[in-house]
Design a protein around this ligand. Structure first.
Ligand code: BYC
Length: 304
């Protein structure tokens, strides 16, 4: 007879923290939610790089707000993971010691201010594509966290697109800067969806459990189809000679990213992996006094 867990999944209902669940379901969720949380926290670095050099007060305020939102997303996700029996300290340690992953995209540098716009447009755009279906994931706390995150990601995507639109209406040098940025970020953005389905060890089981609602390739296709008209409206070229509308499929055909590069970045050998982790470790060490002060205050408040 099917277990209560299996029946709940079959009815497409939610699993909640106190419900019985297979160890492997719990472990998969911890892996995915933690990786997602770490991505938000590490994802603050590439854009944070430009806060002190934003070209106007308005751009600075928008960028500050966005980077702060990412910290918030990390915290919602760590809280969701904590409902599965791991602590935020343990997860943070796994990030700092390289035992848990974060998204490959954040191991690429942000070389120009146009990258702030491109990250909003393409990286947050890819994030939305990937994360909207996660609002319907089978684990309650994760799905509920995703609803709020997706609302904020929509604003992030729009601010990026608006920034690029403004630059495209500027000088030739600004337009060239946008195109150069799109050329660098296009393929890494496609890699965010994970390896092709044939090479994705986790997809089949995660789909069966309702953790993932679409495969990596399905979402990559959706992202390409959504982005092509936006690129046209913006006036930039996507750097893929194989990108063409396929009438029969009612979707775009497109080239494959360099999957060897993807696995190298995932293994820690991307352009900025060492820098991102070193920065995270330094921030952790330099924040020790804050944690000590907060713990001392909490202990004293308990006695009062
Ligand atoms: N980067 O079997 P697969 C954001 C790993 S935050 C690194 O397909 P799965 C944002 C994968 O973990 C963006 N590693 O795995 C923030 C697995 O290794 P392990 C983050 C990757 O889990 C701030 C192995 O490769 N979004 O948008 O079924 C500013 C095989 O893969 C990547 C999320 O985390 C990658 N790109 O599917 C702006 C969303 N891809 O763990 C924006 C939630 C795969 O077995 N996560 N790997 O050792 C997911 O939806 C899924 O975890 C993935 C991968 C689609 C990413």
């Amino acid at each position: 007879m099917a277990s209560v867990f299996e029946q709940t999944i079959a009815r497409n209902e939610r699993i909640e923290p106190r419900d019985e669940m297979p160890d492997a379901y719990r472990a998969t969720l911890v892996r995915q939610i933690a990786q997602h949380a770490h991505s938000e926290i590490i994802g603050m670095q590439p854009e944070g790089n430009w806060i002190s050099r934003a070209p106007s007060l308005r751009r600075k305020l928008v960028l500050l707000a966005k980077v702060q939102d990412e910290a918030g997303h990390g915290l919602y996700l760590y809280s969701a993971a904590e409902t599965l029996g791991v602590s935020r300290d343990e997860l943070d340690e796994m990030l700092r010691t390289g035992r848990q992953k974060y998204s490959s995209i954040f191991n690429y540098p942000t070389l120009t201010y146009a990258d702030v716009g491109t990250i909003g447009w393409l990286v947050d755009g890819a994030a939305i594509c990937n994360q909207v279906p996660l609002c319907r994931t089978s684990y309650g706390p994760y799905g509920r966290a995703m609803i709020r995150i997706c609302k904020e990601e929509s604003f992030h995507q729009r601010q990026g697109y608006e920034l690029l639109m403004t630059m495209m209406g500027g000088t030739d040098a600004q337009r060239a800067m946008v195109q150069e940025s799109v050329d660098r970020f296009w393929w890494p953005a496609l890699m965010m969806f994970g390896p092709p389905d044939d090479d994705s060890p986790n997809t089949a089981q995660s789909m069966a459990w309702g953790i993932k609602r679409n495969t990596n390739d399905e979402l990559r296709q959706k992202f390409v189809d959504m982005t092509v008209p936006q690129a046209k409206a913006l006036g930039v070229t996507l750097p893929d000679p194989d990108l063409v509308w396929n009438e029969e499929r009612g979707a775009h055909d497109f080239g494959q990213p360099d999957w060897e590069e993807f696995w190298q970045v995932v293994k820690g050998n991307g352009p900025c992996n060492a820098q991102r982790l070193a920065h995270r470790r330094r921030a952790h060490d330099e924040g020790a006094w804050v944690r000590e002060a907060a713990s001392a205050y909490a202990a004293r408040s308990q006695h009062d």
